[in-house]
Write a protein of this length. Structure first.
Length: 297
């Protein structure tokens, strides 16, 4: 039995194939790469019932994750986060209480742990020794924690308005932290500029293929927690959109495996009115989102 059924990476626009056995960032056309799997073989080899029988947690889904061997998996105890009913919430008569997936139970206290768990694990596969990220706080804390567990050096660049508690958390996890006189996109430029000199790997949102795969586990967990019948609507608090892509990718893979049936949930991106590039792109019918240079609210 294979630990992972991952076969290759694929340009998210052109579908050009890339070697998953090599360290990859963006595609040749600067598009995100997506991990692809031999779902036909997985469907043959692994019945859905075997997933139900496994202990809950992120690594329960290892066949649908890209890490080739358990020896490379970097873990800090990622649980299957609970679905909490908001029984006292105001809602129309006859509506069931909404369910909240409590991602605060994950290591470092946020859903960012999922993506960075996989990204750091795959960096370990490829022998990476240094990782860097532009971050407003939670992603940096997650990367720092997993990098420390993997024995890697971590470098985090934070906008100057990042709360002190986030900066302290990142530093306490062992990372080198810089407060940047600018916004998150200015931090990203510094990460990119330092790659050649400092030989670090860029863990920025959508600039490496595996944070999506980690976020994908939210969608996989929803399926098993709801007995393979997904909710009609999923509201997702959205930053760069990695979780949106990951969950939708998870459900497409589960459909191909025959583990769930259509229709898929309506997926609603929720963003602050002062920083809503994904929402704006959807409303405008655009094929991609434009960056926000001045965020507020």
């Amino acid at each position: 039995m294979r630990y992972s059924y991952a076969t290759h990476l694929e340009d998210s626009v052109s579908a050009e194939r890339y070697d998953i056995a090599k360290l990859q960032g963006l595609s040749a056309t600067n598009k995100p790469l997506l991990a692809r799997y031999d779902l036909a073989a997985l469907k043959r080899d692994v019945p859905r019932e075997s997933m139900d029988a496994r202990a809950p947690g992120l690594w329960r889904w290892h066949e649908l994750l890209p890490v080739p061997d358990s020896a490379y998996a970097v873990s800090l105890g990622e649980i299957e986060t609970p679905l909490v009913p908001l029984a006292n919430s105001e809602r129309p008569e006859g509506f069931k209480p909404p369910l909240v997936k409590d991602e605060g139970r994950l290591p470092t206290g946020s859903f960012k742990a999922r993506g960075l768990c996989l990204a750091v694990s795959m960096a370990r596969v490829h022998g990476v020794r240094r990782v860097a990220i532009p971050t407003n706080g939670n992603a940096g804390a997650a990367m720092a924690a997993y990098a420390a567990e993997a024995g890697m050096e971590a470098y985090c660049f934070c906008p100057d308005d990042t709360p002190e508690i986030n900066l302290s958390e990142i530093a306490l996890q062992g990372a080198t932290v810089w407060r940047v006189n600018g916004l998150i996109n200015d931090c990203a430029k510094l990460v990119q500029a330092g790659q050649a000199q400092f030989d670090w790997f860029d863990m920025s949102t959508l600039k490496e293929p595996y944070r999506i795969e980690g976020k994908k586990t939210m969608g996989l967990e929803l399926a098993v927690q709801m007995r393979w019948r997904l909710p009609k609507v999923v509201f997702y608090p959205t930053g760069g959109g990695t979780g949106l892509i990951g969950m939708w990718k998870a459900w497409q893979e589960l459909l191909a495996l025959g583990w769930i049936s259509p229709p898929l949930p309506r997926l609603v991106a929720v963003q602050s009115t002062g920083c809503a590039p994904i929402v704006r792109a959807f409303v405008e019918g655009a094929s991609s989102a434009k960056g926000v240079t001045i965020a507020a609210g």
